[in-house]
Structures are given as structure tokens and as C-alpha cells.
Ligand binder design. Structure first.
Ligand code: BMA
Length: 791
């Protein structure tokens, strides 16, 4: 491995450096980069030794070396579990020349080391890492020399680690119970490690426990000047002036100047013996960044130049200007407070989904996989996603795509469905993580709100030990999210709102900072997660009327094409050991069947019906989700003022029954096609508002009125004849939802004939470019010849 000296003369090296250090553009400096990605020796110090690539994981390296099957093939999750119970050592040599070593300082950078690892250089311990979410910058100047050096990274078993931590913690920290772990085929005590919580198994995902380094790793040597991290906030100062507030954090105390430039706007500041410099730049009348569907996504290049003596370093960040408000104010004729996002003074109805990692192994998620995902998101008219707290803080590429596409992000911090320890070491680790991630992410226009965790406030009522001793766990909860996390977010990113949890009810008072405790699922405040799998999903009266539905969903099953990619034909049966193994949601299959049987003439008796079951599970999920989402959209202008629908869940990290609208390999489930319709800017939306009472709404997310458009209704027989039609003129104000048509269903039927029944026909509606159907009876008893039959 050659040292990257004289790289200014070497085109290939320059390209290479720009790939790995794309944010740096050097004008004059002594920064040298030694990329540590590539081949390493990997061993468990027992029976396995191989050459493995980093970034990468032990599991995928074993698979690529044909030592194990693909972990997502059939029972790979449990067959490969032994890997997580061992320690794994990566080692390599690196030859450094005097140009590299003679710089003042050398830093070892890891952007994602997963998780508990001891790093040694030339047999000397350098440091331990213990948090997948930190951006490690480790001073290794004194450990390296000119010539050959040895580096080893020893990963300790994450399962042994969490079990030891749980055993030595002074009291129980409730989380997944034994029975949940059993359903997930997962591992316990995930709350004791700062590692993606879904790596331990989830109700849709496998327990694969990746071990390794999933983002960049490199050595950087420098003289005096190296930018460590930057944090960029921007806010609207006057109606037309935006102010960028930048913090430039250097690796060490330095004297010099920093210049911010954006188009014709520039600001320079001298600094003397500082490690962090704060500088502001006013930008007059910038073109604004808008959520998808409301305008374009203008992004500007912000150049940050730091000079110190002869040394200069420049980096650029892409930023978009937008004014974000989370509006929580009294609503007329309603108790509680509104909860909606106003971007650039426009109330935005949030449409989208909850994002979970696209794969357990980050290396598998290439740019093409992300590109494909975002193409699907935009095709389904999403304008928002929530990055869910049981996964990871996503890659830079992910947030860049959100910026480019206009997908607003509710960003959870990575805590989910559990209580967490709160000893000093754990809180210190979390503080570092929160700070690292806010520095890394704050410049992204797409991120509009932070949320402390997924459902941990709701979880305060989930388990007996908490019910028996609630004060203990409420104090723990407050200590972590309100006293540790919140002040860091407030200090570093005052322009974005911090929500304690999703769901939550917001605050009773901001000074003193007091939560509106109580059931966080209160429909009158904040966001709500709602699930009910046994009700009739087509009966709208079963749904809540929340301010913001940040989670709701129904399971379905991936297409046979996806099962073919991870299993064999004997697995294609809901009673097969593999299908049962992959159904992690207790009773999930029977809830899907129950929902199907409520609406379709189908009952499952053997494997020959597996594909029909898949199809009907997807159709049922799609019609249920359409019914629920349209219900929320209709409520926009009602006193409920519902202003958000983020369905659970976007995609899945393997092939298994799940709530997703996209399958693991990117295929669209039927729900995704439906979402493209029910999320269009204008929908015509019928429902039965009372027995026999048909109400039809037109819901518009347009910024312009719809004037004197025609609404039409058609009654069709199941055998294909148009029986009746009606039409009328309507107008809708911008961003409004209005009732355009109301009539007893019986009167529409009797307008055709006294003998016509609801089983004989269905309704079709159109308004503007939108059309919709309304079925007057369940599909199993419609009068259609031949009868609907699913084998
Ligand atoms: C929600 C989520 C996830 C879960 C989903 C489906 O509550 O936050 O934890 O996967 O429900 O059960």
C-alpha cells in the first residue's frame, strides 16, 4: 500500500481523495489522507481467517468468501448467529512515508464503527469505541512511525457485551420481553448498546447483528489546520433576509481567518487562538427550498474557507433556505392544540412514510438502491418521511437526496420501544452522539424536526415493572431525553423544534420546560401512532381523528418474486417453518387472513393458495391504507385539523411479512401504487359518513383555487353497465378540503330501480384529474357472474 504523498501530481490519487473526502477541497495545505478502506485480514482467532474488505461487515465478508450462506437466505439469520457471539479481529499493515509522518498531527477517523472495538497500533492500545453513531476522531500521532505499521481492530461480541452490561446494571431496565425476543428470533438487552436497535430483531426484521465498519475510515495528517466538523444553521431574520450561522470546529486551537461565501454574499472573520469559530452570513432574497409538490428545491453551495498562516482548507455544504414552523396553537371548535408544519408560511399536509434501514448491512445499500428508493418515494407523491429511532442516522447520501427531492424529515434520535440505562458513562456516550449527529446533519434543508425517540414515552405504560415503580422510570426517562438530550439540541440547533418522543403531546410550558405528560396518544395534541388489525379496516368510524398520524399501517406479504430470491418452493406456505419464522408479529398472519376474509371470498387451507394469499394480503393492505389515509386527508379543514400522514413503513430490510409499501428488493407492493393516487395533490374522496349516507370530499393541497370544476358520479353494475350518472360544479379554496356531494345511497339506487341492491353495483367518482371508487358491499357477496373466486 503506497503512501498518498505528492498527490497533487497524481490524478488518480486526487480522484480517490475526492471520493473519500468529498467535502474537502484543498487550495494550499498540508493535509494528507491515507485511506484505510480496502483489504484487511479478518480472523476470529480460532478456525476462521480470511481477507475482508472495509468498510464492510464480518457477516458479509464471510458470505463473500463463501464461508457462510447469504445471511438473508432462508434461516440465515439464526444460522449465522454464532458470528455475533465471537470476537473478530481486523488487521493490516500500512506503510507511511516521512511526508505523512512529519506533519504535526495524525488523526484516525471512523464514521461508523459497529460497535465495541479495541483499536491498537503497533501493539499499543489506542482507544476503545462503543457507539455505532459517533464520528470518531482519534489522535494517533504518537502511535505511528515512518515505514511499516500494524493496525488491529478487535470487535467484541455485541451480544456478550449487552448481557454483561444488563447483568451489572443495578436494576432492571425494561425492554423486549422473552416472548417478544422469541417472536423476533432476536437477542435481548439491546438497550445497553449504542447500536441500531433493529439489529437485535424487530417485528418486521431479522436479528443479524452486523459487526464491522460501515462508513469511511482513514488517517489524516496535518500541520496546524484541519477542520474537524462544521455546523450550519439558517433562519429567517426578516421576510427576505436569511442568516446563516456557522460553527467551524477545528481539530486544534489555531489563529487565522474564516470566510463564508454564498453566491455574491461573503463574510470574513479573523480569529485568535480558537478551536471553534462562530460566523454569520446574511443572504438577501434567496430562492427558497420547498417540500415536494409545493415548489422547487433550490440548493446553494456554501463555501467555508479557513486560513491560518500558509495553510488553507476549504469545504462546501449544500444548503436550502426555508422557514420552518411547527404550529401548535388553539383550534376553533376543538380542544387541544394544532400540530402542523408551516414551511415558508405555507401549511404543509405531510404525506409519506416511516423510514427504516433498507438493509441490515449498510454496505449492500448502494447509491443505486437509494436512487431507486427515492424514485419510488417521489412517484408516490411523498413530501415527508420520519427516520425511525430503531434504525440508524442515515448516510449523507440519503439526506442529500431528501434535500434534492424535497422530502421533509422528522429525525428521531436512535432510541426505540424500550427504557434505557442512565448511568454517567451511557449519558456521556449519548451526549457525544447527539452532538456529532447535529453537527453532521444540521445543514440539511430537509430535516425539519428532531424527536427524542420512538414510542419510549408511550412505553412508560407497557411493562409491569414500570407500572409497579413508575417514578423510577419517569425519572430515568426525563434524565435522558429532557435533561441530557434536549439541552444539547436547544443549544446547537435552536431553529428546529425538539419533540421529546414520537408520539408525544408537546409541552405544557417551555420555560420551565415541562412536558404535557399523560397518554402520548392523545388525539388533541401532537402526533399519534394508531394500529388496530382486527377491526373492519373499511369502516371509517374505527379510526381516530388525530392532529398528525405519524404511524399507522397493516401488514402484507412480499410478492412471490421476492420470496424466490431468498427461499425455496417448500417455504411458500403460511404454515411452512420459514414463513412462520419470518412472521415476527404475534398473530400477524391470522390478522391478515381475518382482514382478507372480512372483504373477500377466500380462506386459506393449503400451500397452493400461497400466491393468492400474497395477492389478497397486498390488495387488502392497499384498500385499508387508502381508507385510513383519505380519512385523515379529509379532516384537514375540520376542527380536528389533521395535517400529517406518515404510514408505517416505507420499505423492509429483508423479505418477510411487514407493513411496508415497498419490498426489500425495491418492488412496489399494491399499496405503493395506491399511495401514488391517495397522495396526489387533489383527491376526490368518498365515504359512508353514516349508515346509507354517502359523502364525497375534494381535498386539495394546491396553492391555487380550483374554480368551477366538474364533479361527476357514476353508478356501474358489476357486470359492466353504466346505470346512473350525476354531476355538479364545485370550487375549492387553496389547501382546503370540502364536502362536494352528500346523498343517501338508497336514493341513488332507487333512481335506477327499486330492486337494485348494494351488491349489484359500485360507484365511480371523478373531479379534476382524480378519480376514485366506492364499493357498496363486501366483495364476497357482490352479484357478479361468474362469482369472484380465489383459489
Ligand atoms: C410501531 C413502530 C415499530 C413497529 C411498528 C409495527 O409502533 O414504531 O416499532 O415495527 O409499530 O408494529
Amino acid at each position: 500500500m503506497s503512501l498518498l504523498n505528492n498527490y497533487f501530481l497524481n490524478k488518480i490519487s486526487i480522484l480517490f481523495i475526492f471520493q473519500i473526502l468529498f467535502i474537502f477541497s484543498f487550495t494550499k495545505c498540508d493535509i494528507k489522507v491515507y485511506d484505510l478502506s480496502g483489504d484487511w485480514k479478518l480472523t476470529n482467532n480460532n478456525n476462521v481467517t480470511l481477507t475482508a474488505k472495509l468498510p464492510g461487515s464480518v457477516q458479509m465478508s464471510l458470505y463473500y468468501s463463501q464461508i457462510i450462506e447469504n445471511p438473508i437466505w432462508r434461516f440465515g439469520d439464526t444460522d449465522t448467529r454464532w458470528i455475533a457471539f465471537q470476537n473478530w479481529v481486523y488487521s493490516r499493515s500500512l506503510t507511511l512515508d516521512s511526508d505523512f509522518i512529519n506533519n504535526q498531527k495524525i488523526v484516525l477517523e471512523f464514521d461508523g464503527i459497529d460497535t465495541i472495538a479495541q483499536i491498537t497500533i503497533n501493539q499499543v492500545n489506542v482507544t476503545m469505541t462503543s457507539n455505532q453513531f459517533r464520528l470518531w476522531r482519534i489522535d494517533v500521532t504518537d502511535f505511528l512511525h515512518v515505514g511499516d505499521n500494524e493496525m488491529t481492530i478487535t470487535f467484541f461480541s455485541p451480544t456478550d457485551y449487552v448481557n454483561e452490561q444488563a447483568a451489572s446494571y443495578p436494576y432492571l431496565v425494561p425492554g423486549d420481553t422473552d416472548s417478544v425476543i422469541n417472536y423476533y428470533h432476536g437477542e435481548k438487552n439491546r438497550q445497553f448498546i449504542r447500536k441500531a436497535q433493529c439489529h437485535f430483531g424487530w417485528d418486521w426484521g431479522p436479528c443479524l447483528l452486523p459487526i464491522g465498519i460501515h462508513r469511511s475510515l482513514q488517517l489524516i495528517s496535518y500541520q496546524n489546520l484541519l477542520i474537524n466538523k462544521t455546523q450550519i444553521n439558517q433562519y429567517r431574520k426578516t421576510q427576505t433576509t436569511y442568516e446563516i450561522e456557522a460553527k467551524i470546529n477545528l481539530m486544534q486551537i489555531t489563529t487565522g481567518s474564516v470566510t463564508l461565501t454564498l453566491d455574491q454574499f461573503t463574510q470574513k472573520k479573523e480569529f485568535d487562538s480558537k478551536q471553534e469559530i462562530e460566523i454569520k452570513l446574511e443572504v438577501e432574497s434567496p430562492e427558497l427550498w420547498w417540500p415536494n409538490g409545493y415548489g422547487s428545491q433550490k440548493l446553494y453551495e456554501l463555501e467555508i474557507k479557513v486560513e491560518s498562516g500558509e495553510e488553507t482548507q476549504e469545504i462546501t455544504k449544500k444548503i436550502g433556505f426555508r422557514h420552518i414552523e411547527l404550529v401548535e396553537e388553539p383550534v376553533s371548535n376543538s380542544s387541544g392544540l394544532s400540530f402542523y408544519f408551516r414551511i415558508n408560511d405555507v401549511p404543509i399536509f405531510a404525506k409519506g412514510s416511516n423510514f427504516i434501514p433498507l438493509d441490515s448491512f449498510e454496505g449492500v445499500v448502494t447509491k443505486e438502491v437509494y436512487d431507486n428508493f427515492f424514485e419510488s418515494a417521489i412517484a408516490a407523491n411523498w413530501n415527508m418521511m420520519r427516520v425511525w429511532g430503531g434504525g440508524v442516522y442515515e448516510t449523507d447520501y440519503f439526506y442529500d437526496k431528501c434535500d434534492e427531492k424535497g422530502i421533509m424529515i422528522m429525525q428521531d434520535f436512535m432510541f426505540a420501544c424500550s427504557m434505557y440505562p442512565r448511568n454517567a458513562g451511557f449519558l456521556t456516550e449519548i451526549s457525544g452522539e447527539i452532538e456529532d449527529q447535529i453537527y453532521r446533519l444540521s445543514h440539511h434543508a430537509s430535516i425539519i424536526v428532531w424527536s427524542g425517540n420512538n414510542e419510549n414515552e408511550a412505553a412508560l405504560s407497557w411493562w409491569d415493572p414500570i407500572i409497579e415503580n413508575p417514578r423510577l422510570y419517569v425519572v430515568d426517562y426525563s434524565k435522558l431525553y429532557l435533561d441530557t438530550m434536549r439541552p444539547i439540541v436547544f443549544k446547537l440547533d435552536p431553529n428546529r423544534t425538539f419533540l421529546s418522543s414520537s408520539p408525544s403531546n408537546g409541552v405544557l410550558s417551555s420555560d420551565p420546560y415541562v412536558l404535557r405528560w399523560g397518554n402520548p396518544q392523545n388525539e388533541s395534541y401532537g402526533d399519534v401512532h394508531f394500529y388496530d388489525y382486527t377491526m373492519d379496516c373499511l369502516d371509517v368510524s374505527n379510526y381516530p381523528s388525530p392532529r398528525f398520524a405519524s404511524e399507522f399501517g397493516f401488514q402484507s406479504v412480499d410478492s412471490i418474486y421476492s420470496w424466490q430470491q431468498c427461499s425455496v418452493s417448500e417455504d411458500w406456505d403460511i404454515y411452512s417453518p420459514l414463513f412462520e419464522h419470518r412472521q415476527h408479529h404475534p398473530l400477524g398472519t391470522f390478522e391478515m387472513l381475518g382482514q382478507i376474509e372480512m372483504h373477500f371470498p377466500f380462506s386459506y387451507s393449503n400451500a397452493s393458495q400461497f400466491e393468492s394469499f400474497i395477492y389478497l394480503s397486498q390488495v387488502t393492505q392497499a384498500i385499508c391504507m387508502q381508507t385510513e389515509t383519505e380519512h385523515y386527508r379529509r379532516l384537514k379543514s375540520s376542527p380536528h385539523k389533521t395535517y400529517g400522514t406518515l404510514y408505517w413503513q416505507a420499505s423492509n430490510d429483508w423479505v418477510a411479512p411487514s407493513w411496508s409499501s415497498l419490498e426489500h428488493f425495491g418492488r412496489w407492493k399494491i399499496l405503493h401504487y395506491f399511495a401514488a393516487n391517495f397522495y396526489s395533490s387533489v383527491i376526490v374522496s368518498p365515504y359512508e359518513s353514516a349508515p346509507d349516507e354517502l359523502s364525497v370530499y375534494v381535498v386539495s393541497d394546491l396553492l391555487v383555487p380550483i374554480q368551477n370544476d366538474r364533479f361527476s358520479l357514476e353508478l356501474w353494475s358489476w357486470n359492466g353497465s353504466l346505470l346512473y350518472s350525476d354531476s355538479l360544479s364545485y370550487s375549492v379554496q387553496p389547501l382546503d378540503s370540502i364536502l362536494v356531494y352528500k346523498r343517501p345511497i338508497s336514493s341513488i339506487l332507487s333512481a335506477v330501480s327499486q330492486t337494485l341492491t348494494r351488491q349489484d353495483c359500485f360507484l365511480h367518482f371523478s373531479a379534476r384529474n382524480s378519480s376514485n371508487l366506492f364499493f357498496l358491499s363486501s366483495f364476497y357477496n357482490v352479484t357478479l357472474t361468474p362469482k369472484i373466486h380465489f383459489s
